[in-house]
Design a protein. Structure first.
Length: 137
């Protein structure tokens, strides 16, 4: 079990403690809850791999952190400032919005969301591997 999955489970259980006081809690057995907890743990692990790959590519800690944060948060925070066609065909497929769909329970994530995120990480790791061997060989 990854650290991200443990953190996701603890956050879920803590959230249930808060929501139970408002009579709005759900359990791990409810539709989509367990999948969301496990997917969130996986998403955190995958974003860590993406961060390592970007770090190898850029060779600057601050630039790598800002790039991964930008890929994760910027489309969600600033997506409304862009035209609809750009949001639907470009921004929607960046790691942040894809991760949001993966961690959601309603609507349930699609296989395409997992494949999109996997493609981001696989491409980043592959390019980082190639550049690392060319630059540092």
């Amino acid at each position: 079990m990854s650290v991200g999955t443990v953190v996701s489970l603890v956050a879920f259980l803590a959230g249930q403690g808060v929501l139970a006081g408002q009579h709005r809690s759900v359990g791990l057995g409810d539709a989509g809850s367990l999948q969301a907890v496990l997917s969130t743990g996986g998403y955190l692990a995958v974003m860590g791999l993406l961060g390592v790959a970007v770090g190898v590519l850029l060779r600057q800690t601050v630039a790598a952190v800002l790039t991964v944060l930008g890929l994760g948060l910027a489309p969600t925070l600033f997506g409304g400032l862009f035209p609809t066609w750009l949001r639907d065909h470009v921004l929607n497929y960046l790691p942040g919005p894809t991760g949001n769909r993966i961690m959601a329970t309603d609507p349930a994530p699609h296989l395409a969301d997992y494949l999109t995120l996997g493609a981001w990480v696989a491409a980043s790791v592959l390019v980082a591997y190639i550049l690392l061997h060319r630059r540092d060989a």
